[in-house]
Design a binder for this molecule. Structure first.
Ligand code: AMP
Ligand code: ZN
Length: 117
């Protein structure tokens, strides 16, 4: 855990959030500023900065995240209608929070719009 990281604090329940799903490896919660009717952030329960920081040791967390999407989709009601998953990595992608996270977007037809215009 990184004591200065807001998403570590959310995973640790040190600050409030709307968690919709969690297991040993994964925490999923509602984005504070949703850009779609359904906007969930899916994070590993350990501090991994971004996709550039994935290693043989921590990759198991990503495996579990991949498996969690279809569980979360049913919980938030987009399993039938579909959703988009976006992961911003680094400066050019506009990554604001330096804890690996996947945006799960749905609840309307998303067209070609991406998360940061
Ligand atoms: P990114 O630009 O990919 O780093 O996205 C960071 C996302 O985190 C943004 O969509 C923010 O709205 C969201 N966010 C930041 N702080 C919180 C928080 N405390 N709870 C929920 N979502 C947050
Ligand atoms: Zn963190």
């Amino acid at each position: 855990m990184d004591e200065n990281c807001i998403f570590c604090k959310i995973a640790n329940k040190e600050i409030p959030s709307n968690i919709v799903y969690e297991d040993e490896y994964v925490c999923a919660f509602k984005d504070l500023n949703p850009v779609a009717p359904v906007h969930i952030l899916v994070i590993p329960k350990i501090h991994i900065q971004d996709l550039e920081s994935v290693t043989d040791e921590n990759a198991v967390y990503l495996t579990h995240i991949q498996q969690a999407f279809s569980k979360i989709s049913k919980i938030v009601g987009v399993d039938k209608t579909g959703y988009r998953v976006i992961c911003n990595c680094g400066e050019d992608a506009g990554q604001e929070v330096k804890h690996l996270h996947y945006h799960m977007l749905g609840g309307k037809n998303l067209g070609l719009k991406i998360i940061h215009d």
